[in-house]
Ligand binder design. Structure first.
Ligand code: MN
Length: 450
């Protein structure tokens, strides 16, 4: 639903908002922030500032007053989209009409002086695998003749991830320690991952949930979507290869997931909905519970995605992040609505604040790959950085940043803010101690064998 909040002519009296890369007045994402060291509260990003919504809740729809006083967005997410839309309309008016400047100005905080938090209490996190080019590229490395497994075009494939280790942009990722096995050996080695990778993804926030035993019909799925963030699904490929059969990823994924702290609402994204790419000739037609004509007509997102990387050497030389990849959310083989319909078809209940990852969104071209695993062909063909350094996988001190920009003709583009994190060294003291205590005769755990 396009309304006056999307009007490209609309301007804010917050000067930095006009032409802002991510947060012009047409965006108004929701998040949880702390000004200086004060307690967390709900805010919206506007230009270089954050507006404290708790402090101005008396100016906002009265029905939302309690939800707006929360320390997480869960209660607000639970409301029907119409309620969030009225909040958006009100905020858009307050931030564009100069008559409200005097009353709002005291509640605007410079974003650089604020800390941002995971925006919701995430009860459950599920990661899908709807990036078909990623699934094909990874499949080719394992099975050159039949890269996609027979279920791929019938089922939006996913696995249950870990909510407790989801962190916002800026929090360091500690290199995980665990088991890996070299191809020619029977025994696994133990130690820090030597094949640490990232995955370029979008995160879909669940709004109102569904009751246990009551599936969400695909036509109703949009009512359950609250918004999107950027997501980096850090992955230890060496652990993954050893552990994933028969039940799927476990410790290779659950040590850390980075998200951008702002929820860009579905209402803000309305102008950027676009038709789902047609399935290639010969692909099966999905089962009826996964098909909705309206979803096919505008269930995709016109969002450009990019990945940047910076090594410690690049940082020392003052170099900007090097673009590794330019991809697009239109590469999703299954839509967000199809993900929700499938997740709940067996009666599984989703709750407000749950997070669904899309899976790695690689483009079809080699310049748009969403993981190092694909770029380096499982480590065999290292990439080269502007400093001449090479990488097969991430080293300590490397920084990965994901960016996203929604664009459509006739509308002001909107962004997501940063989704960035630096890799820090494994806690070696800890893993050495674990290794010694558990396996006194096993040299596999010593640093020299890495
Ligand atoms: Mn993933």
């Amino acid at each position: 639903m396009i309304d006056e909040t999307h009007d490209p002519q609309r301007r804010s009296w917050v000067e930095s908002a006009d032409g802002h890369e991510d947060f012009p007045i047409q965006n108004l994402p929701l998040g949880i922030f702390s000004p200086d060291d004060e307690e967390p509260r709900i805010g919206t990003a506007i230009g270089d500032h954050i507006l404290d919504l708790r402090a101005i809740s008396h100016l906002l729809p009265a029905t939302l007053a309690r939800a707006l006083s929360g320390r997480t967005l869960n209660e607000l997410l639970e409301y029907a989209p119409a309620e969030r839309r009225s909040l958006r309309q009100r905020l858009s008016m307050l931030l564009s009409d100069r008559r409200h400047e005097a009353s709002l100005r005291p509640h605007l905080h410079e974003a650089r002086r604020c800390s941002l938090h995971v925006p919701a209490r995430i009860g459950d996190y599920t990661d899908f695998y709807v990036g078909i080019h990623h699934a094909t590229n990874i499949g080719k490395l394992l099975r050159p003749d039949t890269p996609l497994l027979p279920n791929y075009k019938w089922i939006p494939i996913g696995y249950h991830g870990r909510a407790s280790s989801i962190r916002v942009s800026g929090d360091r990722v500690v290199r995980p320690v665990g088991q890996r096995r070299l191809p020619d050996s029977e025994r696994p080695l133990f130690g820090p991952s030597t094949r640490l990778d990232f995955e370029l993804e979008l995160g879909l926030w669940i709004g109102s949930g569904n009751r246990l035993g009551e599936p969400v019909a695909i036509g109703d799925a949009p009512r359950h979507m609250a918004g999107l963030s950027l997501l980096n699904d850090w992955s230890a490929r060496d652990f993954q290869a050893w552990e994933y059969q028969p039940l799927g990823p476990f410790l290779s994924k659950n040590f850390h997931t980075t998200i951008s702290p702002w929820i860009v609402t579905m209402e803000a994204l309305a102008p950027f909905r676009t038709p789902q790419a047609q399935r290639p000739d010969g692909d099966p037609h999905p089962l009826p519970y996964l098909w909705d004509d309206a979803d096919q007509a505008n269930g995709a997102f016109a969002i450009e995605l990019e990945v940047g990387m910076r090594s410690p050497e690049m940082r020392n030389r003052g170099l900007a992040p090097h673009r590794l990849s330019l991809s697009d959310a239109r590469t999703m083989y299954w839509t967000a609505a199809q993900m929700i319909a499938h997740h709940t078809v067996n009666g599984c209940n989703l709750n407000a604040g749950d997070l669904l990852g899309t899976g790695t969104l690689s483009a079809a071209s080699p310049t748009g790959l969403g993981s190092l695993m694909e770029m380096t062909l499982a480590g065999g063909a290292p990439i080269r950085l502007p400093t001449g350094e090479e990488r097969s996988f991430l080293q300590d001190g490397d920084e990965i940043s994901i960016g996203g920009k929604a664009r459509a003709d006739g509308f002001v583009p909107i962004g997501f803010g940063p989704c960035r994190a630096e890799v820090s060294a494994a806690k070696v003291g800890l893993w050495e101690a674990v290794s010694r205590a558990n396996s006194p005769m096993d040299h596999a755990g010593s640093p020299s064998s890495l």
